[in-house]
Write a protein that binds this ligand. Sequence first.
Ligand SMILES: Cc1cc2nc3c(=O)[nH]c(=O)nc-3n(C[C@H](O)[C@H](O)[C@H](O)COP(=O)(O)OP(=O)(O)OC[C@H]3O[C@@H](n4cnc5c(N)ncnc54)[C@H](O)[C@@H]3O)c2cc1C
Ligand SMILES: *[C@@H]1O[C@H](CO)[C@@H](O)[C@H](O)[C@H]1NC(C)=O
Length: 620
Amino acid sequence: MIASVLQYLVENPYLLGITVLLIVFILALSVLFSGPKPAKNPFSPKHVRPVGHLVSDQKERDRVLKQRFKADKVPENLDTVIIGSGIGGLSVGVLLARAGKKVLVLEQHDQAGGCCHTFHDKGFEFDTGVHYIGKMEPHDDDRVLMDQVTGGRVEYPRMDEAYDIVAMGDPHQEKVRKYPFLSDEKKLKENLIRCFPKEKDAIESFFKLLRESRNFFEGYFVLKLLPKWLARLLISTGLFNIVFKSYAKFGRITLKKVLEGLTEDEELKGTLSYIFGDYGVVPSRCPFGLHTTVMRHYFSGAYYIRGGPSEVPFQMVQVIEELGGKVLVNAPVSEIIMNSGRAVGVKVQKGDSQVEIYAENIVTDAGVSNTFLRMLPKEVATKSSLYPLINKLGESLSYMTVFIGLNGTKEELGIQAHNCWSFTRPDLEQAFQDYIGMPLDKVRDAEVPMMFVSFPSAKDPTWHDRNPDKSTCLLITLSKYSWFQQWEEGRVKHRGEDYEDLKTIIGKKMLQHCIKLYPNIEGKVEYFDVGTPLSNKYYLGFQHGEMYGLDHNMQRFLPEPAIQLRAKTDIPGLYLTGQDIMSAGLTGALFGGLLCASELLHRNLYNDLQALKKELKKSS
Ligand SMILES: Cc1cc2nc3c(=O)[nH]c(=O)nc-3n(C[C@H](O)[C@H](O)[C@H](O)COP(=O)(O)OP(=O)(O)OC[C@H]3O[C@@H](n4cnc5c(N)ncnc54)[C@H](O)[C@@H]3O)c2cc1C
Ligand SMILES: *[C@@H]1O[C@H](CO)[C@@H](O)[C@H](O)[C@H]1NC(C)=O
């Protein structure tokens, strides 16, 4: 019997390959987290509690999110110091604390949350870096993990079925053509065919490729989960590509190439590319698999966060502190302290002096560039194999945000729980290149060729209880750091008139553009302010105001960089978390946290998460 099975396998090399791969894979998983004894499993159905009432009292929220750093607030006997309080940092904090570790999270800004932070000004509340997420149905991996790290106390209201609207055309010159993107694959496809009847075949083919590429991201994730040596072995022998076919196939072809192969219709190509703003890479440089992963992310619905994105850190900080940890703000880390080649602590800058804090491990959520260019001693950083990646991948694009407060309800203003992606031209990449290549004096007169429009107030069902008769709107566009560089030494809110003028000119252009798309908001604007790449630098700590950390171009998704960008660095005691080791996005950074906590706890938390899901299913 065994002999005949072997015989059969030898005659079918493909099956033999898969069998060998499976055996290696199973062995690897057992080797992977052997070594140090695994810590306690941080997951449990007990960690999910019912959603309580929304705490809207600002003082009460600040008591959690704005605890200013003081040396005497630092807990003793720290296991881990975490630099940065984005979702990547806080999720590691919760998972370690649940396994019995004592953690301290240090944040440079005056409130915790990173891209999840929200702010208040003149009676309006604005979100900043999270506008919609997908995969929040009860049994989705993303949702189950989110519930574990927030204690289950966050709700995710669904947005409209048409969650994204693509608006093609210059609203000052022509009638804009609108293409709604629906959160149901079949309906979406049918609707696109209705809009582009001559392009039925191209659309059908595109959706086929959307399906076919669905395992692209799994392959990318597994490379980070396996030990480095094994990941490299599987890649170099070609075995990896047998199992994760779509990883190899759709990581080496750009979105632009695929679309060119399908159609010559510029409008359709532009429409199918619209979501590139979600990961920040133009179609000629973006792997097709990344694009379809982001598109598919919303196929079962797009969601917002009840009470706004700061609800996520608000709950996570409380979980960390219930378990003896601490999250302190106004705590910029200026240096990682090394001892005999090991990261052993950090220095927090307080005025002219520095406070030293020591722990067994150091985790950084501040991004690879910040960590290696600005926190590690130069001689340590340059020896790391991660160092060359900073230049090789480059940083992501920078951006601007216009914050608009409106007088009126959602109904009165004709706004909805959706985002609108407006492009003045269907050849959106060229339009963008033309814009971004302009010198400053031209920028002042130029129309902004692309813009993301969001209405946070319309997405949050609790908004109007808290803010009757008011609404909010955000406009985001890609921008260029060098346009603003001359003011980089200035203090926030005191950069001078020229700076104010420039940002207001661009912001007003965006507002006029938006009024053309949503005419009811005309005359209702009560609040207007503009954030530039310098604002992003100040609030998020990104040196050039970049949007998503390291760039998400083709390079990043090739096997070697994918293997290198992982939680455990080649500097003992130093770990990475957040968007740079997985991908941008709230849940991208969250899974970065899962990978990081896996290393620190010596457990495969992905397997633990699957086991938890089974347990939850049984009990429901
Ligand atoms: C404008 C914008 C819109 C977005 N929209 C969406 C969206 O709709 N949906 C979605 O899923 N994702 C969206 N994203 C992406 C998503 O928000 C991020 O990818 C994710 O939140 C990143 O989490 P993180 O923990 O990796 O980093 P961050 O949230 O950036 O956190 C890093 C933290 O480190 C801190 N830090 C930096 N240097 C230091 C230092 N020296 N000392 C101490 N602390 C330091 C920073 O202040 C920051 O708080 C958007 C991002 C932006 C910028
Ligand atoms: C808001 O609109 C209402 C009704 O249209 C009006 O009475 C009120 O004065 C407006 N408020 C402001 C601050 O403009």
